[in-house]
Design a binder for this molecule. Structure first.
Ligand SMILES: [Mn+2]
Length: 343
């Protein structure tokens, strides 16, 4: 795919709206990830560099690991609108939201004309202008193309923000969206001054000690079921105290049991102060954990889902259900060992 192909082109109406508007309110989804924050920060800097005014409003705060990328760019957080809303703004620009309610701010943002910019399948095209590119590896990559379309400069800080979005959305260039487009954008961002080693340090080598101690507590509960094809771990309330960990230090724990060779499905049972247990389920391939979660009133999709249960006895029932799913997949695909050669 070359630079002039249609899927990369920024829609003219989108560029026109950004050129015509004077003041933009950027937003993204609740619990913002690296692509949300990186794209917002970069787009705000790009708009300001061409003489526009831009503010960012998110319902939830950004993870602490992104502070270095955010720098001095202000992000207004919470359900109360920023000063001057809505009169001060010409457009709201939700980034990477397939539906406006993903922002958690839909009632407020819906009062402004919307410029919808996203890369998710199934985007509802809810804007006065919509730019949805499902082949984009990250919205950050779309922002880079937008900067070119606007003839806006991309300085090193903007390049760092875009690199944050691109590298986190591609799982550090490990996921299937690590396409030639992703590497083209990464190369350009590094040329523009992005610092991959510094961003990786912020993201992966800045964990609080409590988070690593909590990991130790959780891995101590590891159980394998179904001849090693299912792994489960428990996260109990008193582990946080023993580890000196904060609530946010539990993020990513499920990735460790999932990394075991031969494991096809993982369950994390998290005890909650409310007295129930939150179940997080992950699977590979055609093992459908989404069905298990939805039967128990939860949600998600085939390979990532969750639900709430009452007791530890129900936890073993969940494991039994996953075993049924894993066995059913093995029946359908007698030699189900994933082979990259076949891809
Ligand atoms: Mn994204």
């Amino acid at each position: 795919m070359n630079a002039g192909s249609p899927s990369r082109a920024v829609p003219g109406e989108f560029v026109d709206a950004l050129r015509d508007g004077g003041s933009f309110l950027l937003s993204s989804h609740a619990h913002p990830d690296g692509d949300a924050i990186g794209s917002e920060v970069a787009l705000a800097r790009i708009l300001r560099s061409i003489g526009r005014s831009a503010a960012i409003w998110n319902i939830d705060p950004a993870p602490a690991a992104y502070a270095g990328v955010i720098g001095s760019t202000a992000i207004h957080v919470g359900s109360a609108p920023p000063p001057g809303f809505p009169d001060r703004f010409d457009f709201a620009v939700p980034l990477e939201c397939p539906q406006l309610d993903r922002t958690g701010l839909e009632h407020a943002l819906g009062r402004l004309p919307i410029l919808n910019m996203d890369h998710h399948l199934g985007n509802r095209l809810y804007g006065v202008a919509n730019w949805v590119d499902t082949e984009a590896p990250a919205v950050a990559e779309m922002v880079l193309h937008l900067a070119r379309a606007l003839d806006a400069p991309v300085d090193a800080a903007t390049a760092n923000a875009l690199y944050l979005g691109l590298s986190t959305d591609t799982g550090s260039f490990r996921f299937s969206n690590a396409t030639p487009r992703a590497f083209d954008a990464a190369a350009e961002l590094v040329r523009l001054g992005a610092r991959p080693e510094r961003i990786a340090g912020w993201l992966y080598e800045s964990r609080p000690p409590g988070a690593v101690r909590l990991l130790g507590e959780v891995l101590g509960t590891l159980e394998l079921h179904c001849n090693g094809r299912i792994a489960s771990v428990r996260l109990e309330l008193d582990m946080f105290e023993r580890a000196g960990a904060a609530a946010t230090d539990s993020e990513g724990l499920i990735d460790y049991p999932r990394s075991i060779r031969g494991v096809e499905a993982v369950a994390l049972f998290r005890e909650r102060a409310e007295g129930d247990i939150k179940v997080s389920l992950r699977s590979r391939g055609t093992v459908d954990v989404g069905a298990i979660a939805s039967r128990r009133g939860g949600g998600g999709h085939r390979n990532a889902a969750g639900c709430l249960i009452d007791t530890g006895a129900h936890a073993s029932a969940v494991i039994a259900e996953i075993e049924v799913e894993v066995e059913a997949v093995a029946q359908r695909h007698p030699r189900a060992e994933a082979s990259e050669d076949a891809a």
